[in-house]
Design a protein around this ligand. Structure first.
Ligand code: GDP
Ligand code: ZN
Length: 294
């Protein structure tokens, strides 16, 4: 039987087999780890339980990592939506890391600026995001609480036919947006938490909400650290869209784009072509990459 992993906690997964209630599933092999979005082959053990026999090849796998281990975000995604808001102040570092994680696996990204009804920081937020729009990321402005109908009209066509991961720092309005697209999200979340075993942790688990045969939304919990230790220098360079025009133009072929003479990236920053915080983020990520312990 084929099924899709819709949530997981520890070695305990919930899988969707197309019927109304998800099944509990346990890996047969102790070493296996699955991501939300994975397609697996199951053997049913009882009415509500199954064991996972095999994993279907993943089309994509998005993950973060610290120096020691990888943390799956989701598998088989076809796009990422990053939610930011006019307030509270969003972190450009979080946004940048999300863009790099997606860029490293060539996953398209849409940026949503929510809470446009709060106008005090609206212009400043748009200005901070304008740079990313020039890099080719689509930017969508909306207000989940004051214009829910417009939000649905904008987001529905964007997510239809896709498996989309929604991420954002907490407080940006991600849940509000999700609830507009998945009206029974709260009931489904409750069902998943109950089936995973009640407890605080399961309410913050990553969850997949299938809307129809070819459309699904994945909601990820807020997380503090968006480490990308697993990306090599060339993968990082590939994921920085703004670095592309300067590839191969540094004086030294092993340039770290930091303070080397003849660095094309540093020159582009001086000329105002690349935002300084992008060079800084690259330096941080390169440092993480080199601090990898496994
Ligand atoms: P999450 O932590 O990203 O899931 O954010 P929530 O959806 O829980 O929203 C955080 C807070 O922002 C809640 O109090 C929401 O009511 C509020 N909020 C969400 N969207 C909007 C919006 O478009 N405008 C305003 N003014 N408040 C919003
Ligand atoms: Zn350089």
């Amino acid at each position: 039987m084929k099924a899709q992993v819709i949530a997981g906690y520890g070695r305990h997964y919930l899988v969707d087999i197309g019927s109304t209630h998800p099944l509990q599933a346990y890996p047969r092999s102790k070493r296996s780890e699955y991501a939300v979005g994975d397609w697996v082959t199951l053997e049913r053990a009882s009415n509500d339980q199954a064991s996972i026999l095999a994993l279907e090849a993943r089309k994509t796998l998005l993950y973060r990592s610290d120096a020691y281990r990888q943390k799956f975000l989701a598998a088989n995604l076809t796009q990422l939506i990053v939610v930011v808001a006019t307030e509270p102040h969003f972190s450009e570092e979080f946004l940048g890391r999300a863009l790099v994680a997606a860029g490293s696996i060539d996953l398209p990204v849409q940026i949503v600026l929510n809470k446009t009804d709060l106008t005090t920081h609206l212009a400043a937020s748009q200005q901070r995001l304008a740079y990313y729009a020039t890099l080719g990321y689509s930017l969508h402005r909306m207000s989940a609480t004051t214009e829910p109908a417009q939000v649905r009209d904008v987001l529905r066509p964007l997510v239809t036919g896709h498996t989309t991961l929604l991420i954002g720092q907490s407080g940006m309005g991600k849940s509000s947006l999700l609830n507009l697209l998945v009206p029974d999200a709260q009931a489904r979340t409750q069902e998943i938490s109950t089936a995973l075993g009640s407890g605080k942790h399961t309410t913050t688990a990553t969850r997949l909400y299938r809307l129809n045969a070819d459309t699904a939304l994945v909601d990820s919990p807020g997380f503090q650290e968006f480490g990308l230790h697993h990306l090599s220098k060339s993968e990082l360079e590939h994921a920085f869209a703004d670095f592309t025009p300067y590839r191969g133009q540094c004086k030294f072929h092993n340039c770290r784009h930091d303070s080397e003479p003849g660095c094309a990236i540093s020159n582009a920053v001086k000329e105002g072509e690349i935002a300084p915080q992008r060079q800084q983020l690259f330096g941080q990520l390169l440092h993480e990459s080199e601090a990898r312990l496994v």
